[in-house]
Structures are given as structure tokens and as C-alpha cells.
Design a protein around this ligand. Structure first.
Ligand code: F6R
Length: 589
């Protein structure tokens, strides 16, 4: 959940590290630091976001940088990375699970620690192993570390050299005109690296004399194929303002690009697995999990087979039902979420066919899967997922349609309307004026419900998640029918409930739900495209959604809810791009 970067550049590397860290800041932003090696090794680290490094400059073309999301030790200058030990400076992403035992051992040998972090243990061990050969020292220093790590290490007497290693935390290497790099993710290298290669678990990377070499656990060279890095313009970073708002504005473009990519994707390789599947499994976390729930609904409705949809973390905690020949669909914006990766690998071990839906081609999930649908949402930097959710829904609807085709040789009737989604997303923005009023009315709200039946249940859950993480207001998303089985006890004068109603056949039930809330003095907002089907008086606020074939409504119905969370966040004086305690990419379990 931290971001690391390292480079050996043609010129001074301070600016390169800073730009890279700004792009990695979505992975954590409670402290940041850099080490730059020129004639001397200069280390600068500070509590606070990457901006706190703007004033730092040291000459040198070899450097490492870090942006932190605290796990061991509170955010502070001391706990910030890089950690210095002897001649070594190190940055780390991951968790060293046996750090306490290793620390005790090192203290017994006379070492004194400057931080409370698990990472400093690695720096100390590497420094003790270092005798001029940095690669061997990193291998030896990490040999007893349990848990996860991606590290980048430099030594004060080895300018022009950098060694990195990975185990269960993401690490890519890239080369471009300005130098050679290692980094936690691919998008952060866009515009700097022209060619990219991924390090696998247990591998080491060395940059020296402008070359990038990979080594296995025994330090034997590993040949690698470098692939073209994404064009900088496909990973445009929202300029100015806050990113969440900019990313909501990008939804129509993201949908249109994703549709273009899907139409060029040949699904023939997964046809057999899908045609013969009698049931599917779907796994994901957080927002992506809600997309997976929507997928399950679509497949059951149109392909008439059950989908077991689980939060990735739970997949391994349950009796393992998935078997050889079955299909697992793993959904992850980043393609690096630890639980989703572990679920995909477990399914593979059991002989299942794994389909990944991700925003990052070349991510760890794409490597673990048999087949990938790569969406084209573009870089999503804001911690709260927005445009990636809409694109996940598009990809998963597309996959559901192909599944129907493979099974029944006909596409579902809504298939052609996929092309209308970008325009419908644009049209959904016209609900924002209504949402502004709703957000104004919710200024004092301490808790709220999001209610939806059928295909609207995942949307309700996603609306609630957005409000929780960005506005820090407790929100629960649930099937509307559950209300009277307990949650209704909380409804009293002014208690807000947001109800989604996008299916004509369920409109009357939505009206009943709203009536139950209003009868107890609750404050009701209704989001629907079916203005005629629900009584004008059934809600305090109505927000109009654009009309589409019903099965595609979830792709756009969520947009005003994403915006609602954003407006509630601003009304509370919070920063939408830096929600408390959260980081974008959860690469630890
Ligand atoms: C919520 C959010 C998270 C992610 C979750 C999975 O706004 O962003 O809930 O959806 O951590 O991340 P990915 O999709 O990268 O696997």
C-alpha cells in the first residue's frame, strides 16, 4: 500500500523521483521521502504528502523514493522511508511479518533502530550483508524475511547502481531515454519509460551501466521480454482541481475507449470454458466486488446459470468448491489487489480457467489469468474508484453477452445499446443539479441508507461505499426488502434514504419501500429513469436518470451517486482525493 520508485538517470534524478512519487501518491500519502546518490548519499524524508519533498534537492543520478501508507509505526519523519543503515538506503512496500523476531535478533547484535517500522529491519540486514556486492547483499538480507516486499536499495559507494527485489508486492522495471527505473506500478512510469518488464515473485532486478538485468532467487540471470509502456496520453493525469471530480468527468470517454478495446478483443480463447460452464465464480474487493455482484445478476438473468460471487478475501476462507474446468472471473482495477490475486492463483491451482477484468494491462492479475479483458479507463488516481467501476460494468456486461452467445448462439437484446453508454453517461451528468440540492439537504446527516432491489442492489452498495469513504458519513447499502428486517429501527425524523429504481417490474416495490421510510419521518431521495411509474409524491427529492435498456442502467445509475459522495465530502470540508486511512491499491492481505 506504499509506492516505491528507483532510478539511475542520465541527469539529476530528484525531479524524476518527485514526478514518479506524485503519480504513486494514490498508494499512500502519510509520509514521503527520497535518497539521492551523487558524491554523497543525501536522504530527505517527511511526514505528509509528496508535496513536502518539493523543497528538497540534491545532485546525483541514482536515487530511490517512497510514499507511505503506514502499517507499522505511525506516520512521522522517523518512520518515513528511505531507511538508512550503514552504507545502504532502502525503500519498501509490503509487510515483513516476522519483523519483531528479526529486530530482536539485530538488537541483540548491537543494532539500534531509528524507526518503529518493519522495513528498517530489512535495511539493517542488507547493510550487515553488504561487502561491495549490492545484489548479493540484497539477496542475503532478504533471505529470512517473511511476508511481502518490493524493495529498492542503493549503496553510498555504488553510484549508478540500484538493486530491487519483489515478493508478493508489485514491481516493474522500465527503460526510456532519461534512464532506467523500478517502480510499484506501470502507470506511474508512463512518459518516462518506453519499455517495461515485470518482476515475478522471488526475482531481483539490477540497474547498472544503464542496463536492466533480472535474476532468479539463486542470482542466475533471467531473460525478460520488455513490452511497450502505455502511451503517456492514455494515462493522462487529471490536471488541476481534484482528481475524483475530474475522473467522474472522464466516464463518457473511458466508456467509449473501453468499448473500442472490447470490440477488438478476440474472446475465442475463452469460448470453450464459457460454453461448457454450468456455473461461474466471481471474485473482487470493494468497488470491484460490487461490479462482480452486478455481473452475477446479469449472467443469472441472461445466461441462466448461477454465479457464486465472493469478496476475494473470503474466497480462500470458504470450502474450496471451484474445480478443474470451472471458470473464475477476477475483477480488479489495479490488477494488484493481494486478495484478488491470491483468489485467482488458488483457482488456477485447482485447475480452473481464470478470466481477469482489469484496468492495467501487464498487472500481476493479467499474468495470473488465462484470459484478460483490459478496460481503458485510463489512470485512476483518486482513491475512490469511479470511472473504473463504470468500465468494469461495461466489460462484465460484454462478457455476459458473449457467454449468452457461446451458449445460445444469439446475443441478448440489449447488446447493441452498449454503444449508447458513453452518451448516456454524459446525459447522467444532467442529474447533478438535483444532486447538488440533495447534498445540501444532507449536510447534517450522520448516517444514511442506500436501497435497491434486483439489479439496483449492487448500485446501492456502491453508493454507500462511496459516501462512507469520501464523506465519512456512515452509509449502508442493502436490498430494499431487508429494510423491515431490522434497519428500519434506525429511521426517524429526517433520516435519509436514497432509493434506486431502474426496473419497471420492481417500481411498485420501490414505492412501498419509500412509503415505509416516509411513514417514519425519513427523508427520501429517488433515482430513476421511470418518472411516470412512481408517484410524484413518493420522495422528497427525485433525480432523473437517462433512459437505456433496463439491463444497462446500472452502468450510468451510479454516476449521480458517485457525484453525491463527492459533494457531501466537499460540504464537510474534506479532501476527496485523500480519504482517511485508505490507499488506492491494497497490495497487502
Ligand atoms: C473504493 C475502492 C476500493 C477498491 C478495492 C479493489 O472506492 O477503490 O474499494 O475497489 O480496493 O481494488 P482493485 O479494483 O484495484 O482490485
Amino acid at each position: 500500500m506504499c509506492g516505491i520508485i528507483g532510478c539511475v538517470s542520465e541527469k539529476d534524478c530528484c525531479g524524476i523521483l518527485y514526478d514518479g512519487l506524485k503519480r504513486l501518491e494514490y498508494r499512500g500519502y502519510d509520509s514521503a521521502g527520497m535518497a539521492v546518490l551523487g558524491e554523497t548519499l543525501a536522504v530527505f524524508k517527511k511526514k505528509g504528502g509528496v508535496d513536502s519533498l518539493a523543497a528538497f534537492y540534491a545532485p546525483g543520478n541514482t536515487g530511490i523514493g517512497h510514499t507511505r501508507w503506514a502499517t507499522h509505526g505511525a506516520p512521522s519523519d522517523e518512520n518515513a522511508h528511505p531507511h538508512r543503515a550503514g552504507k545502504i538506503a532502502l525503500v519498501h512496500n509490503g509487510i515483513v511479518e516476522n519483523h519483531a523476531a528479526l529486530r530482536r535478533e539485530l538488537e541483540g547484535a548491537g543494532e539500534r533502530f531509528a524507526s518503529e517500522t518493519d522495513s528498517e529491519v530489512l535495511a539493517k540486514r542488507i547493510a550487515r550483508a553488504y561487502r561491495g556486492d549490492l545484489l548479493s547483499a540484497v539477496r542475503d538480507g532478504l533471505s529470512r524475511a517473511e511476508g511481502s516486499y518490493a524493495v529498492a536499495v542503493i549503496a553510498e559507494d555504488r553510484p549508478g547502481e540500484l538493486v530491487a527485489a519483489r515478493r508478493k508486492s508489485p514491481l516493474v522495471a522500465g527503460k526510456g531515454q532519461s534512464g532506467a527505473f523500478v517502480c510499484s506500478d506501470i502507470p506511474a512510469l508512463a512518459g518516462m519509460a518506453e519499455y517495461i518488464a515485470r518482476a515475478e515473485d522471488g526475482e531481483f532486478v539490477r540497474i547498472s551501466s544503464g542496463e536492466i538485468e533480472f535474476f532468479d532467487a539463486s542470482l542466475r540471470p533471467v531473460p525478460k521480454t520488455f513490452f511497450r509502456a502505455p502511451q503517456a496520453e492514455t494515462w493522462l493525469f487529471a490536471a488541476g482541481g481534484d482528481r475524483m471530480r475530474a475522473e467522474i468527468a472522464e466516464i463518457p470517454r473511458a466508456l467509449s475507449d473501453t468499448l473500442g478495446a472490447l470490440r477488438q478483443t478476440d474472446l475465442a480463447p475463452c469460448a470453450r470454458a464459457l460454453r461448457t460452464a454450468k456455473r461461474l465464480f466471481a471474485v473482487a474487493c470493494g468497488t470491484a466486488y460490487h461490479a462482480a455482484l452486478a455481473f452475477a445478476y446479469a449472467v443469472e438473468r441472461d445466461a441462466h446459470i448461477p454465479v457464486y460471487c465472493l469478496s476475494s478475501g473470503e474466497f480462500r476462507c470458504r470450502p474450496p468448491l471451484i474445480a478443474a474446468g470451472e471458470v473464475l472471473v477476477a475483477v480488479s482495477q489495479s490488477g494488484e489487489t493481494a486478495d484478488t490475486l491470491a483468489a485467482a492463483r488458488l483457482a488456477k491451482e485447482r485447475g480452473a480457467y481464470v478470466i481477469a477484468v482489469t484496468n492495467v494491462g501487464g498487472s500481476s492479475l493479467t499474468a495470473a489469468a488465462d484470459f484478460c479483458l483490459v478496460m481503458r479507463a485510463g489512470a485512476e488516481i483518486a482513491v475512490a474508484a469511479t470511472k473504473s467501476y463504470n468500465c468494469q460494468l461495461l466489460c462484465l456486461n460484454y462478457l455476459a453477452a458473449q457467454l449468452v452467445f457461446f451458449k445460445e448462439t444469439a446475443l441478448p437484446p440489449w447488446y447493441d445499446a452498449l454503444g449508447d453508454l458513453p452518451a448516456a453517461a454524459q446525459a447522467a451528468f444532467s442529474a447533478f443539479a438535483d444532486v447538488d440540492r440533495l447534498a445540501g439537504a444532507l449536510t447534517g446527516a450522520r448516517a444514511m441508507f442506500f436501497l435497491g432491489r434486483g439489479q439496483d442492489e449492487p448500485t446501492a452498495k456502491e453508493g454507500a461505499l462511496k459516501v462512507k469513504e469520501i464523506s465519512r458519513v456512515f452509509a449502508e447499502g442493502m436490498p430494499a426488502g431487508e429494510l423491515k428486517h431490522g434497519p428500519l429501527a434506525l429511521v426517524e425524523g429526517g433520516f435519509p434514504a436514497v432509493c434506486l429504481s431502474t426496473q419497471a417490474s420492481l417500481a411498485a416495490k420501490s414505492e412501498n419501500t419509500l412509503a415505509e421510510v416516509r411513514a417514519r419521518g425519513g427523508y427520501c431521495a429517488l433515482f430513476t429513469q421511470q418518472q411516470k411509474w412512481l408517484k410524484e409524491s413518493c420522495a422528497d427529492v427525485r433525480c432523473r436518470l437517462p433512459a437505456l435498456p433496463e439491463p444497462l442502467m446500472p452502468v450510468v445509475a451510479v454516476i449521480p451517486l458517485q457525484y453525491l459522495a463527492y459533494k457531501m465530502c466537499l460540504a464537510r470540508g474534506l479532501d476527496p482525493d485523500k480519504p482517511k486511512n485508505l490507499a488506492k491499491s491494497v497490495t497487502v492481505e
